[in-house]
Every structure is written in C-alpha cells, then in structure tokens.
Design a protein around this ligand. Structure first.
Ligand SMILES: Nc1nc2c(ncn2[C@@H]2O[C@H](COP(=O)(O)OP(=O)(O)OP(=O)(O)O)[C@@H](O)[C@H]2O)c(=O)[nH]1
Ligand SMILES: [Mg+2]
Length: 223
C-alpha cells in the first residue's frame, strides 16, 4: 500500500501566522530594495543547501570582482562566523547575522545588517542565506538577483524535490561538477530539471574549488 497526503491550505497549523509574517517580510524587503537602489548598490542573494558551496562561490566571485566593485557581504549562519571570517580577509566589508535556531534570513534581519554597513562606500552586496532549500525561498530579502546553489554530492533529486526555490531564483549554480563521475550523477539531468521548473532561470555548472564556471556566473548576473 502507498498513500500520499498533500497538505491543503488551512491544514498546516501555523499557516495564518505564516501569511502575516510573509506579508510583513515583503514590506520590509521592498524597503531594503529601495534603500539599495537609492545607493546604487547591486545586490545578489546566494541561497542553497548546507555545504553546497555558497561561500566558495562568493569567494571566487569576490576574487574576480574586487577591482571593479567595492564589495559588501552579509553572512547568514546559525551560530558561527566561519564564512564571514573567510570573506572579510579579501578587504570586503562584512556583517555576520547569527540566526540561532532559524533556518533562514528575513528582510528585518537584513535591514539591521544594512544599518551596520557604510552604503555610500559600496557598489555590490552579496548576501549568503542560511543553508536550506526550503524556507529561504519565500522570505525575500530585497536583493536585485537571487542565486540557488546545489551540488553534485547531494544526489540526483535535489532540484526536483525543491521546485519553489528554483521558481524564485534568477540563476541556478550546479556546483562540484568535478565529483559527478564519482557520484554517478548526470549533470545535464539536474540542468534540465531546473529549466523545466523555471524556463527563465540561467543554469551554470561550476567547480568552486578551482574557479571553473565562475566567469559564467558573473555574466549570468550581469556583473
Ligand atoms: N570538490 C569540490 N568541493 C567543493 C566545491 N565547492 C566547494 N567545495 C567544498 O565544499 C565544502 C563546503 O563549501 P562552502 O563554500 O563552505 O559551502 P556553503 O554552502 O557555504 O556551506 P554552509 O555555509 O556551511 O552551508 C568546502 O570544503 C569546499 O571546499 C567544488 O566545486 N568541488
Ligand atoms: Mg557558507
């Protein structure tokens, strides 16, 4: 026997709370968007699963873009400063947000982080969300562009199992392609899955350890 229960609207206990929260979040995200626009700052949010390569991707982009732009970085993480320490070594202005138990950033937290940055001194802002392919999708932060990173080591179904985050993103990065053979994964299948979910998404395959594919990510983001 095999049954499937699909949760209907109103059946999930926290649905009303979540609707109000999302509405409030949208309003704050609009304010963040306006503030960044007012200062002429390009902004990119990096979402993706835990360990997929979000910080490595940002580090590689910073390496290539730091002569062109004055770069800021907001790092979301539950408890550590590992990622912000890594990126701050490159002369990037960094604010760490530790969310504690929360599995995603929200627009209010990002607004607080923006207050700590000298926006007059920035041209480009990267925001790394907490590692998660579910919650970050619906909590927009106010960035201009959104990237979702999945890696080969997460298996063949990472894209099809998380359609909403791919619907929300402008660019999908399929990372750790150097491990495709060892994992027995068909990279083109992941690419096809992303394009089926969102025909407008730009898909780029990368190896963030060697920098392979990074110029294409930069191009896809119009940077
Ligand atoms: N083989 C291989 N390893 C990679 C690649 N990109 C990143 N890694 C490794 O994967 C591990 C996790 O990379 P991070 O960049 O920290 O990933 P993350 O998504 O920021 O991780 P969290 O912030 O902890 O969720 C590190 O050991 C990286 O060196 C890649 O393209 N190939
Ligand atoms: Mg990271």
């Amino acid at each position: 026997m095999r049954e499937v229960i699909v949760a209907e609207e109103g059946e999930i206990l926290d649905v009303e709370l979540s609707e109000n929260l999302l509405k409030m979040n949208e309003e704050l995200a609009s304010k963040n968007r306006e503030l960044l626009k007012k200062h002429g700052i390009k902004s990119v949010e990096i979402m993706g699963s835990i360990g997929s390569g979000k910080t490595s991707l940002i580090a590689e982009m910073v390496k290539r873009l730091k002569e062109k732009y004055r770069i800021g970085f907001i790092a979301g993480d539950l408890t550590t400063t590992i990622d912000s320490d890594r990126i701050s070594k490159n002369g990037v202005d960094v604010v760490q947000i530790n969310t504690g138990k929360e599995c995603h950033l929200d627009a209010n937290l990002v607004m607080k982080a923006l207050e700590r940055l000298d926006l007059e001194a920035l041209d480009l802002l990267f925001i790394e969300n907490v590692g998660n392919l579910i919650c970050p999708a619906e909590f927009r932060l106010g960035s201009e562009k959104r990237v979702v990173v999945v890696s080969i080591t997460e298996g063949p179904f990472m894209v099809v199992k998380h359609p909403f985050i791919f619907m929300e993103a402008d660019v999908a990065v399929i990372n750790k392609i150097d491990l495709a053979e060892a994992m027995g994964i068909e990279v083109s299948k992941l690419e096809k899955d992303a394009l089926t979910i969102n025909p407008r998404i730009k898909v780029v395959k990368t190896n963030c350890r060697t920098g392979g594919g990074i110029p294409k990510v930069i191009e896809a983001l119009g940077l």
